[in-house]
Design a protein around this ligand. Structure first.
Ligand SMILES: Cc1cc2nc3c(=O)[nH]c(=O)nc-3n(C[C@H](O)[C@H](O)[C@H](O)COP(=O)(O)O)c2cc1C
Length: 181
């Protein structure tokens, strides 16, 4: 029996790919985006941008042109989580190590926050992968006018779930290592 609501939300989140036709309210979307922007980020650069997609004709175009996003329907909204890669250009690096890919981790943390927030308020969501697949990046860049220094990491679809799948069993002692790998 899980006592803590936050932990229970994390342990019961599942990917949802079937949505009802009921639209996601603007209020809910804002809450999800607020949760996303609360994520940690390297040097607190907050490199994320979010393209919210609600327009039905644009959704149809995305559905027809992105094979991995065929689950788009009338009710769901799309959120493309993007990273601004230009932020790293002017940073003085004392250790001379490459930090330019931190946007990926920052935007992934934001994405997970968004998925968890969706689950917490009774919505369902699926992360569909875009970066690092160049063909998917290019396709979205063209369709959504994304500038060159901004990279779409994923397209998250969020909506009211038709049903909630059971969470997958993922706990695995073999993945645990103590003190040494
Ligand atoms: C980086 C990444 C890319 C993913 N890409 C897709 C995708 O293109 N299409 C899809 O249906 N699900 C995609 N998923 C969702 C995974 O399939 C899903 O998280 C995984 O099967 C585990 O299921 P769960 O989320 O219900 O625990 C992706 C998830 C991640 C983290």
């Amino acid at each position: 029996m899980i006592q803590n609501e936050t932990i229970a939300n994390i342990l019961t989140r599942v990917t949802v790919r079937n949505f009802t036709d009921e639209p996601v309210s603007d209020r809910s979307l804002r809450l999800l985006l607020q949760a996303a922007m609360a994520a940690p980020s390297s040097m607190n650069l907050q490199p994320w941008h979010f393209i919210v997609i609600r327009d039905e004709s644009l959704k149809r175009i995305l559905k027809d042109s992105l094979p991995y996003a065929r689950m788009i329907n009338r009710g769901c909204a799309g959120i493309v989580v993007c990273g601004d890669t230009s932020l790293y250009e002017h940073i003085n690096r004392t250790d001379r190590e490459d930090n330019t890919l931190y946007w990926v981790q920052d935007c992934s943390a934001a994405s997970e926050n968004l998925l968890l927030a969706a689950h917490a308020i009774g919505l369902g969501a699926v992360w569909t992968g875009v970066w690092p697949l160049q063909s998917r990046v290019d396709r979205l860049r063209g369709l959504l006018d994304i500038p060159g220094h901004v990279v779409p990491l994923n397209l998250i679809l969020v909506g009211h779930p038709v049903s909630l799948p059971l969470p997958k069993e993922k706990w695995d002692e073999k993945k645990l290592h103590y003190d040494r790998f």
